[in-house]
Each structure stands twice: as C-alpha cells, then as structure tokens.
Design a protein around this ligand. Sequence first.
Ligand SMILES: Nc1ncnc2c1ncn2[C@@H]1O[C@H](COP(=O)(O)OP(=O)(O)OP(=O)(O)O)[C@@H](O)[C@H]1O
Ligand SMILES: [Mg+2]
Length: 472
Amino acid sequence: MGAERGKEETLAKKGKTVYVCQECGYESPKWMGQCVCGAWNSFVEEKVPEAAESDARRRGSAPSGRAAKPVPLGEVRSGERSRIQSGIGELDRVLGGGLVLGSLVLISGEPGIGKSTLLIQSAARIAAGAGKVLYVTGEESEEQIKIRADRVCGGRTEGLYLLAETNMEQILAAAEELQPGFLIIDSIQTMYSAELESAAGTVSQVRACTNQLMRLGKGKNIPIFVVAHVNKSGDLAGPKIIEHLVDCVLHFTGERDQELRILRSFKNRFGTTSEIGAFRMEEGGLVEVQNLSATFLEGIEEGTEGSVTAAVYEGTRPLLLEIQALTASSGIGFARRTAIGVDHQRLSMLLAVLEKKAGLWLQDQDVYVNVVGGLRPEGTSTDLAVAMAVYSAAKGVPLARDTLVLGEIGLTGHLRAVGHCDKIAREAARLGFRKLILPKKNAAMMQGGAAELALCPAENIREALQIAGLKR
Ligand SMILES: Nc1ncnc2c1ncn2[C@@H]1O[C@H](COP(=O)(O)OP(=O)(O)OP(=O)(O)O)[C@@H](O)[C@H]1O
Ligand SMILES: [Mg+2]
C-alpha cells in the first residue's frame, strides 16, 4: 500500500521523471533492474508532462471524441459495419472482407519484408475507387515513396497524397484538411507527439500517438493502417497495450531471400483470425498467390523418404503443405529434437506415441521436422503427417507422392477426426492426389468424397502406417 501511494505521489508531481518499461508499459517512480512483467533492463527514463491538460489527453478520452452519454443498446445502429475493399483480395480476406470504416489496423513484420509495398499498392487501389488516401511516412522521403509507387502501382496514383512528417499534431492537422478516406502511418515508432518530452519510439510516445490516431479514425470514420516494427524475437515492438487499443493486428512474414510472403492476423475485431493471405514479391510489387497449395507442393519429388503431404483448413480454404523430417544418429549426450513450424511439445508427444504404439525407437536419434514454405499450421490435423514423416525418415521408406495424410493422434495412438475433411478431399483431388489416409470417423462422415480420390480409413497410427506401406 505504502509503495503504491508513494508512486502516485511521485507521479502527481508534474514535471518529474518516471521510468517506463519498454516491454509492458509499466510505470515506476524508481529505476528497476527487472520489471513486474519479468523483462530485464527494460526501463527507460521519461518526463511526466507538466500541463494538467496534456495529462488528461495522455490518459485518453472517448474514442469517438463525443461527450460521454449512455445510449440504450437497442438504439445503437446495428448490422455489418460498412467496409471498403482494398483492391487486394488476399488482404481483404485476412481483414475479414475488406477494411472496416473507422478501424485501426496494425501491420508488423521484419525489416524489408514488404510492408510499405503492400500498403502503397492498396493505397493506390483504394485511391482509385474510394477516394483520397493519405500516406504518412516517417522513415522515407517523398521521393523514395514515389520511386516505389512508380515501380509497383503501374502509374495509377491518382488521389494518393504523401506526407513526410513525424509530428503527430501536424499529421492530424493535415488529415483534418485533406479529409482522406484512408490513412496510412509508416511507421508508428517514428512518430512523436509534441505533448510529451520523450523521444519517438518510446512506450509513452507510441501509446499517445496510437491513442490520437484512434480518436481520429473513430471520430471521422476513417480506416487507418499503422506500420509497427518488430523486436529481435519477431514480436511486435513496444508495449502490449497497443495491441489492445487497435482493432486488428496483422503480421507479414516470409523469408527475405524467398519470394513467398504470408499475411496473417493475430487479432481481428471484425473477422476470423484463422485466415491467411499469400503473396509473391516480384519486381513489380506483391502479386497475390491464388493457388497456395500448388506453390507449396511444387518441389516434392517421388521416392523421397521423410516427406509427407499434410492438409490444414486455414480460415475458409483448405491448404496442402509438405512436412519434412530427418533423423540422424545423435552424438554423445542427449538426442536433439528440432521443429520448425510444428509445436515442440506436440512433436515430443508424437515421438512418444511412435515409440509406444508403433515401436519406433528414437532415443539415440536426432529428429528434425520442418514445414516447408515457412508456414506454422495451427490445429492438430497435421499430427499423422508429422508422425509418418518421422517414421518414413527413420526407416528410409518413402511414401507415395500422390498420398495425402490427415488426422489428429491421441495419446492412445488412435486417430481422431479433423474438421472440413470433405473440402480438403476435394482440393486434394483437384491437385492430383489419388489416396487419402484419414481417421475412420472422418471417412464415415464423408458423403461420397471426390471420385478420383481413394479414401483409406485407419483406426490408429499403426494401421495408418501399414496402409501407407511404411510398416509391415
Ligand atoms: N526492384 C525490385 N525488385 C524486386 N523486389 C524489390 C525491388 N525493390 C525492392 N524489392 C523488395 O522489396 C523489399 C522492400 O520492401 P518494403 O520497403 O516495402 O519493405 P518494408 O517491410 O516496408 O521494409 P522496412 O521495414 O525497411 O520499412 C525488399 O526487401 C525486396 O524484397
Ligand atoms: Mg517500409
């Protein structure tokens, strides 16, 4: 109690210094080596603004900017909030069917992954259809943006306005004057509010700027896209509170030296978060990938042990992907388990089931599992494919190239049904697969399935391995 009161008193003395954790935003009157959130060395000195007015603004007011007055729920206008199309199908899909008016969307990703490219492309298309777009850049000059726009927008830049500015008050004034239908801030870490003394990119600045943007967006019904940096571990840089403030958090990923880019949403107040968008980075900008499964399966060769095709249902479409495994004798010490794209604990469980239920002894073997294409499929429908890939690698027996494997594995070794099996089967048949190994329950539920695809139901992992020809 005493400590709390002491902290409040210190904060009340305006113009004094506080220490803010750059990880969680916790404010402390004293510097601390470790924050309450567990982060070490994360405190940065910041000045508390002197004016009482700016303090009130710092705390924020109603997002709409209107005076607070309770409204009966029945009188609130209902129905789907109106959306505008960004003109990029894959982006609209991830957003849940387009940009919701007045929404604040955060997009993050590794440096150079293509965030600015994606935004300038959608900005140009929105400007062509839905009115003026203001692109605010704090990282590049107007000329640099122009060069990119010339390269990726095909010369269609009518209605697109650029502003190289980092002062939030100036930006708000410019937006007030231009009245854009869509606003882009690239990036939030370079913006600062003159109301605070701290440097751009600090927790209080990022928080204050986001708050100001939220008030602008909700007050004027403008959708706003905000670019945010990521930290070393790939998470969103800055305090977690930003993620709570915004309506939607998107993450743009991919390997910089490979062309494929995946856009996924971690939070979406207006749609599902299981939808993904796929792009290819080319000379002329980002190109939407319509047939993602075919892209993932491109490089698979017949007769490769340790390679199995799995399927997941992402959002509203089935996605087929290759799972690769490798086993190698481990040196002295403990055996290594490395998983990329597969949950580590899930892999440990699958290896234990393989040992107990399928007699595969891997205690002296290193095991590596990788989902090709840098994807991280969610859910458990890839369990059987992971187990089969490990089994195939360990035994040196390949699985037929035209076989798709689907199913969750329980601790008993039994296969459990997965969702949307019929849609996955149709997609598999379309892509040339001829055999689908699946849980018995799924096979029983399938009505007819696809004509060219043979359904091979299995009760448990042992049976599935036998059907696949991996185990005698
Ligand atoms: N002429 C070009 N041809 C093909 N690809 C290009 C070309 N110029 C740039 N790129 C691609 O665009 C990427 C940079 O895109 P962009 O600037 O949109 O990334 P960003 O995520 O905004 O980066 P930052 O974090 O630095 O702002 C490069 O990494 C490269 O892959
Ligand atoms: Mg950029």
